[in-house]
Design a protein. Structure first.
Length: 136
């Protein structure tokens, strides 16, 4: 049995961190950087994935954590949608699009699996003495 004691140990959070760094790299490129609206929106969506996983984990309540994971899931979908805009506007290449899209989809799948896992058993909960989740 594995215990997750910090949000940084959650695979979905780790992938979301990679996605956020990739988004920041893309949005720092000259053409993308000039589109302040899209640049800000895609960055906020990527940061939202990471942040909601972390905030939900620290809530110390499984139902609250699940709710935050659903928000993170929606933010990952938002990133994917905005990547299409960036591609269509030629702010990123096909290869960059594919790399970021696959990473955003990977984090989405990880979140969905984690939600299902948490909901599959009532014994997977945060301990009262410290914010830990027990995983199989």
């Amino acid at each position: 049995m594995t215990t997750i004691s910090r949000f940084e140990e959650i695979e979905a959070w780790q992938t979301a961190r990679e996605l956020t760094n990739l988004v920041y790299t893309f949005t720092n490129q000259e053409k993308f950087a000039r589109d302040f609206g899209l640049k800000d929106q895609i960055r906020r969506a990527a940061v939202s994935v990471m942040s909601n996983i972390a905030e939900g984990f620290e809530s110390q309540s499984q139902p609250t954590f699940s709710r935050y994971l659903h928000i993170a899931q929606a933010s990952a979908a938002e990133v994917r949608s905005q990547l299409y805009i960036a591609l269509d506007q030629k702010y990123i290449t096909e290869e960059e699009f594919t790399q970021a899209f696959e990473m955003a989809y990977k984090v989405l799948r990880q979140i969905v699996r984690f939600i299902a896992y948490l909901q599959s058993s009532s014994d997977r909960k945060i301990r009262d003495d410290q914010p830990e989740y027990t995983t199989g």
